[in-house]
Design a binder for this molecule. Structure first.
Ligand code: 5AD
Ligand code: SF4
Length: 460
């Protein structure tokens, strides 16, 4: 009987993509997807280490899985991804019933490792070298690039796909664990990316989101001329069938005029730019080792607004970073107020063992202050979201229909009109009624109402 697997994913889009690729490999190896954890014999948790909260959730999920495994000892439990790389053997100490620990650099080995476990070899752990565990080439090689060919059936949405164009990160922002758990920055060859997107287009995929921790530092230096992100966008733009291209996450310092010009000149590239600022205070940015000042961030934003007046710009912020004074926090509030981001993702600082900040600075902003700053900044951003959505009322937007909304999924059965969700090119969510068969179409929607998060309209 075929083995049934279930992958539970926490964390960012990189993890969602990794889970899809592992699922594809397992389908190819003869596994079947299980509808739920309870129906699975192989349960894989794809984990995140970016904040303590994410790790706590995984360890408590592991606690629940222990009960399941006590009843069904033949079950296989695997921990993959960032927390596997960070905690390594500690996972097996804390949860000795775990069978597999596999880092982001070994995901290509999952089917083979599961076969080893099935042969009763005991728990298996495969992780990469530490960043200081060898010279750059050997560390990079230990973070193997995971680029299996795609399996359409593993993709969460048939009309949309994520494509990784680079691995790892070399920025070492002092708060961030990512460079340690995802390894050195490594760009994929442009030719390989173009080929992958071409295949996705042949499979009916309309929208491709290019992924990289610092996606705009992409460079393929192997050919006669270096290929950077704007060059890559030009190549992908030529692929028939692809209608929309997006890319995340940008690093402010690499937001070149060339890239902005490509976004402006290529009709398929969405005018949507996620460029995290993290803080509005130069002193905090220095402690974070972000490598830019608030002034240079504002200058970058001004260039975006001048070249792409319609662009939606989004940001990430960390509140309550080590030593953040009230005055420093208010400078962040000021930056958010003035920048008019389409959206901001706001996080309370969470110290990560193994990072420079955890080593050098005290986590000295009390939790209650972090919480208050989080709410205050969110309130400023939410007011902007609401105001910025209002001008859409009475306008027609072009929407890629993603499918029935969560509410509709629960209720709908047949072909009747249901509530559908779609996205505009600038990544705004639009909700409207229509038959499910509109899924995967790009349609004009007349907006009739808007709140801070959603545009409401009708197909017109
Ligand atoms: N604590 C809180 N937020 C963090 N981020 C990264 N590391 C931490 C941390 N230690 C946030 C940053 C980043 C986003 C993905 O997560 O804002 O842009
Ligand atoms: Fe982390 Fe900074 Fe790299 Fe982003 S750029 S992944 S915040 S180290």
């Amino acid at each position: 009987m075929a083995k049934r697997f279930y992958i539970q994913t926490v964390g960012c889009q990189m993890n969602t993509l990794d889970s899809e690729l592992v699922a594809g490999d397992l389908l190819r190896a003869g596994y079947e997807p299980a509808g739920s954890i309870r129906q699975a014999d192989t349960i894989l948790l794809n984990t995140c280490s970016v904040r303590q909260h994410a790790e706590d959730k995984i360890y408590s999920a592991l606690g629940r899985l222990k009960e399941l495994k006590d009843r069904r000892p033949g079950m296989v439990i695997g921990v993959m991804g960032c927390m596997a790389q960070k905690d390594q053997g500690q996972i097996l100490q804390r949860a000795p019933y775990v069978d597999l620990v596999v880092g982001p650099g070994q995901l290509g080995q999952v089917p083979a490792l599961l076969a080893r476990i099935a042969a009763r070899a005991g728990p298996v752990m495969q992780v990469s070298l530490d960043r200081a565990g060898g010279n750059r080439a050997s560390v990079a090689a230990s973070f193997a690039k995971f680029t299996p060919s795609r399996v359409a059936g593993a993709r969460p949405a048939p009309h949309q796909a994520m494509v990784r164009i680079m691995f790892g990160c070399d920025k070492f922002c002092t708060y961030c664990i990512v460079p340690r758990v995802r390894g050195p920055e490594q760009s994929r060859p442009a030719e390989e990316i173009v080929e992958e997107v071409r295949r996705l287009a042949d499979d009916g995929c309309l929208e491709v989101t290019l992924l990289g921790q610092t996606v705009n530092s992409y460079q393929d230096k192997d050919g006669p001329a270096t290929i950077r992100l704007p060059d890559l966008l030009y190549r992908l733009h030529n692929i028939d069938g692809i209608r929309r291209l997006k890319f995340v996450t940008n690093y402010p310092k690499h937001m070149s005029d060339d890239l902005l010009a490509a976004v402006r000149d290529l009709s398929k590239v969405s005018p949507y730019l996620h460029v995290p600022a993290q803080s509005g205070s130069n002193a905090v940015l220095r402690r974070m080792k972000r490598g830019y000042t608030v002034e240079s961030y504002r200058e970058m934003l001004a260039r975006i607004r001048a070249m792409l007046p319609q662009a939606a710009v989004t940001s990430d912020f960390i509140v309550g970073f080590c030593g953040e004074t009230e005055d420093e926090f208010q400078q962040t509030v000021e930056l958010v107020r003035q920048s008019r981001f389409k959206n901001s993702f706001i996080f309370k600082y969470s110290p990560r063992p193994g990072t420079k900040a955890a080593e050098l600075y005290q986590d000295d902003v009390p939790e209650a202050v972090k919480r208050r700053r989080n709410h205050e900044l969110l309130a400023v951003q939410n007011a902007i979201c609401w105001e910025d959505n209002q001008p859409f009322v009475g306008r027609r937007v072009e929407v890629l229909v993603e499918g029935p909304s969560k509410v509709a999924k629960k209720r709908s059965a047949g072909d009747e009109s249901v509530q559908l969700v779609g996205r505009t090119t600038c990544d705004r969510i639009a909700v409207f009624d229509g038959p499910k068969t509109l899924t995967g179409r790009i349609l004009p929607v007349m907006i009739e109402k808007a709140d801070g998060f959603t545009l409401f309209g009708r197909v017109a």
